[in-house]
Design a protein around this ligand. Sequence first.
Ligand code: MN
Length: 241
Amino acid sequence: MLLPKHTEEILMSGAETVIPVPKTVMLPIAGETSVFPVRRVYCVGQNYADHAIEMGGDPTRNPPFFFQKNPDNLVSNGAFPYPSQSSDVHHEVECVIVLKEGGSDIPVEKALDCIWGYGVGLDFTRRDLQAVAKKAGRPWELAKAFEHSAPVGALVPASRIGHPHKAAIWLKVNGETRQSGDLDQMIWKVPEIIAELSKLFTLAPGDVIFTGTPAGVSPVVKGDRVECGIDGIGTLSVTVV
Ligand code: MN
């Protein structure tokens, strides 16, 4: 019986691919030439109470939740091309965690051991398409998983900075502060995110998790300079083109 297999097993059998092998996305690491290969991209929705409320949610009744982006959505050259089919694209600055280990049903107390490092990411969102999807009860891919929608700055290893629980997270557009919060405002803390996600999916090395955004999301337009950062982790800047 012919069944799908991983690339390595197929190539070792001597088979040729009928199209070029799709590329693996690699994230840069601050101060190193080594890179981090990406497997999957998960995101947490409404993980800061003040952002859940500004989105019309009720964090006292509804816990955070998950959605996904695509690995190649992370590819960036420093410019963010304004996407098609939207006239209301919002910035969301987020702390990004990247995994060196995975598994299923990971206990909260073991979760930090899975983390290779941290980064600063942007979860760009076609808010108008998201509103349509929410109203119709449809999935969020059209709003979230588009090209260049998830730029991430250089990663820093946990072996260098530890596991930050409290740190300022901020975003400016053209020098004006739009988002300002702290990682300690997360509803699900990082170990809980990994534990919850691992109940639903088998996590693995290479997985990237966006951990949610604080309040202050707002639209960007072409020409905007978006700068964001997390104290102790790094910064990220993109220009909307
Ligand atoms: Mn987000």
